[in-house]
Write a new protein. Structure first.
Lengths: 112, 113
């Protein structure tokens, strides 16, 4: 059974640009969540989507947005990139409810 | 805001020693999950504990969920170099507004041969 797939694995951007990250969940999983991981702040919740609807949002500025498609695949977009956005962005999928979340290997975003 | 405090932050031990990692919160969680993460990879789920007082064993790893579902511990017996990694606890809050994992700060474990 294929796991959560995130693309691309690595990305280098400059300040002011925008970026789109992609996540394909485990087959049958309808809930997709995004997290930002940095050495200083650890893993922080960005948002969760279920059946194409955003159900939960973490404490991040509006530059961070996302969406989910009818096949449960999800994208995350960050506009007007800042140096502080350099991080590992992780996607996790689950069946929803209290079911555990399973993570992809992340996209490492570096801002120059 | 649900906060999870994880301790210790760093742990360096010799092969064969035992260790315990603690995860504490003032909030009640629907369930608590433990993950292990290695460099360049995403967190891998080790176990989910749901019921207060629950104890789960995974080979040399023992996980316990506090009676009030606010705290948890991970005990490793006879640690091996292969246990080296970042251990993360995460509390799941689930409700009508969806679900959200709140992570502890992580425990970076190094087991020396």
């Amino acid at each position: 059974k294929a796991g959560v797939t995130q693309t691309p694995r690595y990305l280098i951007k400059t300040r002011g640009q925008q970026v789109t990250l992609s996540c394909s969940p485990i087959s049958g999983h309808r809930s997709v969540s995004w997290y930002q991981q940095t050495p200083g702040q650890g893993l922080q919740f960005l948002f969760e989507y279920f059946s194409e609807t955003q159900r939960n949002k973490g404490n991040f500025p509006g530059r961070f947005s996302g969406r989910q498609f009818s096949n449960s695949r999800s994208e995350m977009n960050v506009s007007t990139l800042e140096l502080g956005d350099s991080a590992l962005y992780l996607c996790a999928s689950s069946l929803g409810g209290e079911q555990p979340q399973h993570f992809g290997d992340g996209t490492r975003l570096s801002i120059l | 805001t649900q906060l999870l405090e994880q301790s210790p932050q760093f742990l360096s031990i010799q092969e064969g020693e035992n260790l315990t990692v603690y995860c504490n919160s003032s909030s009640v969680f629907s369930s608590l999950q433990w993950y292990r993460q290695e460099p360049g990879e995403g967190p891998v789920l080790l176990v989910t504990v749901v019921t207060g007082g629950e104890v789960k064993k995974l080979k040399r790893l023992t996980f316990q969920f506090g009676d009030a579902r606010k705290d948890s511990s991970l005990h490793i017996t006879a640690a091996q170099p292969g246990d080296t990694g970042l251990y993360l606890c995460a509390g799941l809050f689930w409700g009508d507004a969806g679900n959200m994992l709140t992570f502890g700060g992580g425990t970076r474990l190094m087991v020396k041969p």
